[in-house]
Design a binder for this molecule. Structure first.
Ligand SMILES: Nc1nc2c(ncn2[C@@H]2O[C@H](COP(=O)(O)OP(=O)(O)OP(=O)(O)O)[C@@H](O)[C@H]2O)c(=O)[nH]1
Length: 686
């Protein structure tokens, strides 16, 4: 038999009762009936066995006939013309039939599925005195006012349950890996909550999720009701049996997976409505009851309207959260511009912004690796591990933002101590020869931390999920990766500015050290290391300056040469160190006696030279006397007795050179020594 035979019903002009051959692959729920027509909508090629209950025409009378027999001329014409230009009716149509003596409205839906058109027919049962419009409006208003996704979900489950009267309404969300979690729940008193319940992606495989996202609504009013077979008038070869896809109709019989899901909850009826985002199935609203719960299409559509509205609001709120997040990061970036100017270091930057960034990026730890080093903030792997990961990223990954929520399985982290960090978002710090990274770390997923109260609470799916996701963190959102990349660019600027500041700082310090060394050298070249006063070289320079000044301005000045008396005995008696100490004290004492413009220098050993500018011989003698008296009063700890000094005073003569002037002072000093020491002599007679 040709494979497309089932679609090619034989031409039948009268309406003899057709032979009923059940299609073993197809069955539906008894709450409605189903017609399968050829693609031109001219022949009923298959139909459910229960058409008589709804359409007043038995299945064998419908098979191979025109759709008008079942739907009436007007409705059939309308369906035919709408399906000429689209895949499905723009909205449900309705017809009225006399069923058991009562006028009953039937909702008719039709859509193309492969090579056939499927028509589903369900009775619209009256709502009694329920005012559905008002109820739906009230929930839509509440949804429109929800300020957070969490509040929105709570309103959604309350609303859907209020409309459908199921025992329990739940919102499940699928994460990027397809793992599910129950985010919101509204349930009748006495039922055990399943809020927070997780289940593994494998429990609801990708393919089924994708299909559900397309058809959006699944309704099983009574799991226990006998399935109704679908008939054809011809034997359908087993290869062709499943060629008609009923997954698009709300009437299809429950699958094994749905049965086991409902068994897990001890439930008898189900309504699921998909929450579909731009990237596919985000989650679903699922209602379940322990008893059969008939749901007229009107109520089902009302629940769907509420879910559709909630879906739009949810994505709006999420978009707002994302844009608030980006704004917060942008604000930090604006501040960073100032920090770049101020030369803030990366570690200071982490101190300044660390807490904010951890909150924005929902991370526990943060690290910044630059050429200058690694700084960490919050809970991170050890700095050594961070350096290893950074090296791995450079070698294996190159430039660009890199993220993982299962770090331990990544080659870049192989054999590295991660200290429990499971997620890493790494943004490169771009630069000429950059080796820098900004890294955010996340711990193991929160849900793994909560341990179930008992083994019984370890629901099968939760246990599977636990096995699948152990060692993973919350995944990183694309918007977080984008923001981290932007932040990385600014931090790269900050890091290089800080590096320049650091180098400048080093340069300045080196310059200062050099200046200090030079100063010391200069000091050493002109000062006596023991007493700190001028040395002989510097004193000679001063003498030359004074001689030139005297010659130019005819201004007299005196040179006093001082020699401590019996200094050898001081050393011999009190030790050399006491001698040094005494020399320091004498230098300091004499310096204190001199006027501001006069100078003292160490001439050698225990000899000192004083230059008294603008001083006459008499002035020189007075000064020498003051110095002699001051020295006689000097005492140091180690030496109770004082010392005396002999001073020679020489006065400038116009023909003087330095040597002659000092020689006269020296001779005068020797004269003082010879005359008995502790006295003053001048060069008057020399
Ligand atoms: N402690 C100490 N002693 C010094 C220093 N420079 C020179 N002397 C000592 O000073 C002493 C000078 O001795 P002399 O030149 O014999 O003269 P004097 O003992 O002072 O006797 P008169 O000058 O004749 O009164 C020597 O013993 C030197 O070793 C010094 O920097 N520290």
């Amino acid at each position: 038999m040709k494979p497309d035979l089932l679609l090619q019903a034989p031409e039948v002009t009268h309406s003899p009762a057709a032979r009923l051959v059940p299609n073993s692959a197809l069955s539906i729920q008894p709450c409605g009936c189903l017609l399968v027509l050829d693609r031109e909508f001219t022949r009923i090629v298959q139909c459910s066995a229960n058409t008589g209950n709804f359409l007043r025409v038995a299945a064998d009378e419908l098979l191979d006939q025109k759709p008008e027999i079942a739907l009436g001329k007007r409705l059939a014409g309308r369906v035919r013309s709408e399906l000429r230009s689209s895949e499905r009716l723009s909205g449900p149509l309705s017809i009225q039939k006399d069923i058991d003596g009562r006028k009953t409205r039937l909702q008719v839906n039709a859509f193309r599925s492969g090579m056939v058109v499927i028509v589903e027919i369900e009775p619209i049962t009256p709502l009694g005195n329920r005012r559905l419009m008002g109820t739906v409006n009230q929930w839509l208003t509440k949804l429109a006012r929800a300020a957070t996704p969490g509040a929105l979900m709570d309103i959604l489950v309350a609303g859907v349950r209020d409309i459908t009267r199921f025992d329990r309404a739940l919102v499940f969300h699928f994460d990027d890996q397809g793992h599910g979690v129950c985010l919101a729940e509204n349930l009748a008193k006495g039922l055990t909550p399943v809020l927070g319940q997780r289940f593994a992606a494998s429990d609801y495989p990708e393919e089924q999720r994708a299909k559900f996202a397309e058809r959006e609504v699944r309704s099983i009013p009574d799991l226990g009701a006998d399935a109704v077979p679908v008939f054809s008038s011809l034997e359908i070869p087993s290869d062709d049996a499943g060629r008609i896809d009923l997954s698009g109709t709300v009437l299809r019989a429950p699958s094994r997976r749905q049965r086991s899901f409902l068994d897990d909850f001890n439930a008898r009826s189900l309504l699921s409505i998909a929450i579909v985002g731009q990237t596919g199935l985000w989650g679903m609203v699922t209602c379940i009851s322990a008893t059969p719960t008939p749901l007229t299409p009107t109520l089902r559509d009302a629940a769907r309207t509420v879910v559709t509205m909630a879906t739009q609001r949810l994505f709006l709120l999420k978009a707002r959260i994302e844009s608030r997040f980006l704004l917060q990061v942008q604000e930090s970036r604006d501040y960073l511009v100032e920090d770049v100017k101020a030369g803030l270091s990366p570690s200071a930057m982490l101190e300044k912004y660390g807490n904010d960034w951890l909150t924005f990026f929902r991370a526990d730890g943060l690290a910044c690796k630059t050429k200058g080093g690694i700084s960490g903030f919050g809970v991170t792997p050890p700095l050594k591990s961070i350096a290893q990961i950074a090296r791995g990223l450079e070698q294996r990954h190159g430039q660009g933002v890199w993220a993982s929520f299962r770090l331990k399985d990544e080659p870049v982290a192989e054999g590295i101590d991660l200290k429990g960090c499971c997620g890493l978002l790494a943004a490169p710090l771009p630069g000429e020869d950059s080796e820098g990274w900004l890294m955010f770390f996340r711990p193991e997923c929160d849900a793994l931390v909560c341990s179930p109260a008992s083994e019984r609470d370890l629901h099968r799916t939760f246990r599977t999920w636990l096995e699948e996701v152990r060692g993973t963190s919350e995944p990183w959102k694309p918007v977080e990766c984008q923001a981290a990349g932007d932040l990385g660019e600014d931090i790269a600027l900050l890091a290089s500015a800080s590096e320049i500041t650091r180098l400048n700082e080093m340069l300045r310090e080196e310059q200062q050290a050099l200046a200090r060394a030079n100063e010391k050298l200069r000091e050493a070249a002109s000062h006596d290391s023991l007493t700190g006063i001028w040395n002989r070289y510097r004193t000679e320079q001063e003498l030359d300056k004074e001689l030139a000044k005297a010659r130019r301005h005819k201004l007299p000045f005196c040179v006093l040469l001082l020699d401590i008396d019996h200094f050898k005995q001081v050393n011999d008696t009190w030790g050399h160190e006491a001698g040094d100490e005494l020399l320091r004290h004498i230098a300091c004492t004499v310096d204190g006696v001199l006027r501001q413009e006069d100078h003292i220098g160490r001439w050698g050993g225990e000899e000192f030279v004083m230059v008294a500018t603008g001083a006459s011989r008499e002035d020189g003698v007075v000064l020498a006397e003051r110095i002699r008296t001051a020295i006689a009063n000097v005492r140091i700890n180690q030496m109770p007795e004082g010392v005396t000094a002999s001073i020679g005073v020489a006065t400038w003569r116009p023909e003087d050179k330095r040597k002659e002037l000092v020689a006269r002072a020296d001779r005068a000093m020797y004269a003082a020594k010879t005359a008995g020491r502790n006295r003053i002599e001048t060069d008057q007679d020399l």
